[in-house]
Design a protein around this ligand. Sequence first.
Ligand code: LRH
Length: 475
Amino acid sequence: SGVGSVAAVDLGATSGRVIVGRFDGGRIGMETVGRFANTPVRTPDGLHWDLLGLYRGALDGLRTAFRAEPRLASIGVDSWAVDYALTRGDRMLGVPYHYRDERTAAGVERVHAEAPFAELYRRNGLQFLPFNTLYQLAAEGDALGLADGMLLIPDLVGWLLTGQRVAERTNASTTGLLDVRTREWDVDLAGRIGVSASILPPLVDPGAEVGELLPHVLQELGAQDTGGRTPVVAVGSHDTASAVVAVPMRADRAAYISCGTWGLVGVETERPVLTDAAREANFTNEGGVDGRVRFLHNVMGLWLLSESVRAWESESGDSIDLPDLLAQAAAVEGPVGVFDANDPVFMPPGGMPERIAAWLRERGQPVPASRAEFARSIVESLAEAFARAVATASELSGVPVETIHVVGGGALNELLCQRLADRSGLEVLAGPVEATAIGNLLVQARAAGLVTGDLDALRAAVAAAFEPRRHVPRR
Ligand code: LRH
């Protein structure tokens, strides 16, 4: 292992950041050099990501990164999964849709008429989520015929930086068009749902070089003097894949929850689990770094809390302090309603507290009467859904889970981690919070020779640098 630095661009569904990682003899140091909000934009045709705003945020952060470290060894980009832009030549065809846009229902019908879900599961191993890329593509209509390319969000940012088109495999595994066994594009399935294989870019694995920064990008970043020696390198570009790299776990004994907007709850396996039981439990087999499988289930996650806070702030004009709200939630006494955090009624944006109240009222459960009670009800419901998903993951995969690791923003939520320990009866280890960025940095650092070893070695380095907080079950 050597001395050097790399930069991670990590785009989350609610915010983005640019982080410089410094490596020295296996030690990791991190500095956040840019942070920006990710605010979706509604236009007459639906809900979109502000892609150029995010790209601007990434460029600003990278400029600061080069100022701090003029000799960056590489740049890596990760983001949420499934979303994409269609391209034609050098042009992006329209603004990428947000996966919470409701246009995809028609796409689901179209795809399932051609390939029923049970067949899809055999081919791609994915849980049903109405926004999986293949359903979105099937809902594109005319635009699909104009396109000669399709780029997932991190690959799209990579293309803007380098002019090179690739599809990084961990994220490609969330499209529904990647064969779960061969990890190659399922050209036959694509053709059947009207997607020309010619729009699917060449696949690359994490660690592969994508390309060098374009001259106008070097200039914008004030990095002309690097002479193009800072390539973009593919990482686990699906944010969850990067996060799982940085879970300081023993994969044969632990479950993980990558808890941000979503709670991705599962285990890491060597091979996909494609049983009827796994399909019926709606568990997914996503591609991990180093050919591992992320066998997991999407639970709604902190979205339930952030959407509630957004609703309260916009109706009252108050600004809500999350740690304060959670402290009040922890002090709530007596039982609160527990709802099904997996219910798809909670998927779209808007009116979250009302939807939660209606769910509980319809089932004769206590309805929260204050923000603190709502927050407590959300935390209890998430802890319950997480505990169940861990038990199911263990049962379906055969991994004997002794410990649950919580990484991402949810690791800061002590109430959630404690209630998860209580409800699961298992030890919960919380942290690191920035697991996604750390996983992104580590894969780049390994490609640059700054760290060495397999995932176990990388995870040992994470455990040494970021000591997790321990929660033991109370009852
Ligand atoms: C989390 C995440 C998750 C996907 C969802 C679309 O950010 O990538 O793994 O299912 O966003």
